[in-house]
Design a binder for this molecule. Structure first.
Ligand SMILES: Cc1cc2nc3c(=O)[nH]c(=O)nc-3n(C[C@H](O)[C@H](O)[C@H](O)COP(=O)(O)OP(=O)(O)OC[C@H]3O[C@@H](n4cnc5c(N)ncnc54)[C@H](O)[C@@H]3O)c2cc1C
Length: 487
């Protein structure tokens, strides 16, 4: 995909001597997948390929350390021997950041999966970087708390990966971003130094907050081995409603009303267009929640501590939006199973769309008023170039829009039968120019990885880029951490 990108000759190639060092340091057969001294292609494959099947690396070695000290020994050795590495969590990232480009060593956090501590008075959880987010959330549920982040890949994404990508997800509207919720980080720097800032304090104003650099750093300055994170009390009353609406104008009115009438109990407001819901229906075969077709759908979640109070508020809201014909039709989940089923229509979109081949994915922040016009303009653009259609002669299948409406975050997706330069050239850099004109963001929550490397200049000024480069050089002077990506 990147013919002009060449392997950096500063990096050494792996030898049997390196492998011997890693085997003796990690001391466990399960900790090393060695494709240098033998053929391990099949075992290496899942680490070389990303979730979208769009990016493929050529690693010959995967290391799975079990402790921070092991990560430190491994990185120190890699740094001294100029061996490039890629930190990998659940490998659910959507910008090609978690897989190698050439033969970088994959350092997988999958065996660093201990919950270290939880304090149910303060709600502060301390975990290894490799704990899977769903496991953390299930653990927290037993203690009536919740992990402040939720997303469709929760069964595989790790907390270290969440932090490294500054993931947003479905609960951001209510619980805020990881820049606020993460209280402490333990990380290993490329020279093996352990950066121990695993604070559990809510307040700590003592100079530069260096841990913030790791949040959204995408594994370019160090490996996150431990995280301390503030978790909210789990709500007793969760309600979910799913609506059909006639236009995007109506979606905006519904959102405004939801903020006015549901106020402090509103915990999610998600947007789905008709095409996204048709994909979920086609792939899952599930019965649709509403009769008839609607151009737009939205899912509203409320969570609070008093069922009676919340239900009363939600019913009033429903009466209002139906009475004013802001929404055309709607359904309210009656029990937990229905809550999960309705969420499935939102959470299942990414997977359903990816079912037919590949997907060009754009994760954008846009002023809410103009959020959906980008989908319409992209659709018109691909139609006019004859690139999108129902039969197999067209490379693209559809243009789909959905996302975290409450956060002004649109996911513009173009599912394709196969990836082609023609489709890519029709969308990029046009889409980034569109965003730049509106002062949006070319990456709301997925990061930059390799996918958006070329386009960072649409977002960041020369001054910002220079400071980023200097920061990278300070932490990683040999450039071994996740090379070839956005920095
Ligand atoms: C179905 C689906 C739905 C999704 N929904 C959302 C969503 O709603 N919101 C959202 O923000 N994202 C979403 N994502 C993207 C993805 O799940 C998140 O970015 C997630 O946080 C990545 O975690 P991971 O452990 O899989 O990281 P990986 O994919 O393994 O890695 C991602 C990046 O972080 C780095 N990294 C990973 N672990 C570490 C570590 N311990 N230390 C340092 N660097 C590390 C990697 O090098 C890479 O650059 C979705 C993905 C899928 C497949």
């Amino acid at each position: 995909m990147y013919p002009s990108l060449k392997r950096d000759s500063r990096f050494s190639e792996l030898t049997n001597e390196h492998i011997q060092f890693f085997k003796s340091t990690l001391g466990d057969d399960a900790a090393v997948i060695d494709g240098v001294s033998k053929d391990a292609t099949d075992d290496l494959e899942p680490f070389n390929r990303d979730w979208m099947k769009k990016y493929r690396g050529h690693t010959k070695l995967v290391l799975k350390p079990k402790s921070t000290e092991e990560v430190s020994k491994v990185l120190k050795y890699c740094n001294e021997n100029k061996l490039a590495v890629v930190p990998q969590g659940g490998n659910s990232g959507l910008v090609g950041g978690s897989v190698p480009v050439f033969d970088e060593i994959v350092i997988s956090l999958s065996r660093m999966n201990k919950i270290r501590n939880f304090d149910d008075i303060s709600g502060i959880l301390v975990v290894d970087g490799g704990v899977i987010m769903e496991i953390a959330d299930n653990f927290l549920a037993e203690h009536n708390h919740l992990y402040p982040l939720d997303l469709g890949a929760k069964g595989s994404a790790q907390i270290g990966g969440n932090v490294a990508t500054n993931a947003g997800g479905l609960r951001l509207l209510r619980y805020g971003s990881l820049h606020g919720n993460v209280l402490g980080i333990e990380a290993v720097l490329p020279d093996g130094t352990i950066f121990d800032d695993l604070s559990t304090l809510r307040k700590n104003n003592t100079g530069y907050d260096l841990k913030q650099l790791f949040i959204g750093g995408e594994g370019t300055i160090g490996i996150i081995t431990g995280v301390s994170i503030h978790c909210a009390q789990r709500s007793k009353a969760i309600n979910v409603a799913y609506f059909g609406l006639p236009s995007f104008e109506h979606v905006q009115r519904a959102y405004k009303e939801a903020k006015i009438q549901l106020g402090e109990i509103l915990s999610a407001f998600e947007l789905m267009d008709a095409r996204s819901q048709a994909f979920v229906h086609e792939v899952t075969g599930n019965k649709r929640p509403l009769e008839g077709d609607h151009p737009f759908y939205c899912l509203i979640e409320t969570s609070g501590s008093n069922t009676e109070h919340d239900s009363e508020k939600l019913e009033k809201f429903l009466e209002h939006v139906m009475g004013e014909e802001i929404v055309s039709d709607g359904v309210l989940a009656q029990d937990e199973t229905q809550v999960r089923q309705l969420w499935g229509w939102r959470e299942g979109i990414t997977e359903a769309i990816g079912h037919f081949g590949g997907t060009y994915k754009y994760d954008l922040s846009i002023p809410i008023k103009e959020l959906y016009s980008l989908v319409e303009e992209t659709r018109d653009r691909l139609n006019s170039k004859g690139l999108v259609g129902d039969d197999d002669s067209y490379p693209a299948i559809a243009v789909v829009g959905y996302g975290h409406m409450g956060d002004g975050n649109l996911h513009l997706n173009v599912p394709v039968r196969k990836y082609t330069q023609e489709v890519e050239d029709a969308i990029e850099p046009w889409v980034y120019e569109w965003i730049q004109k509106r002062k949006g963001s070319i990456s709301a929550e997925h990061g930059l990885g390799i996918a958006k490397k070329k386009y960072i200049g649409y977002q960041r000024s020369d001054t910002m880029l220079k400071l980023m480069r200097q920061t990278k050089d300070l932490y990683d002077p040999n450039g071994i951490m996740n090379p070839y990506k956005y920095i």
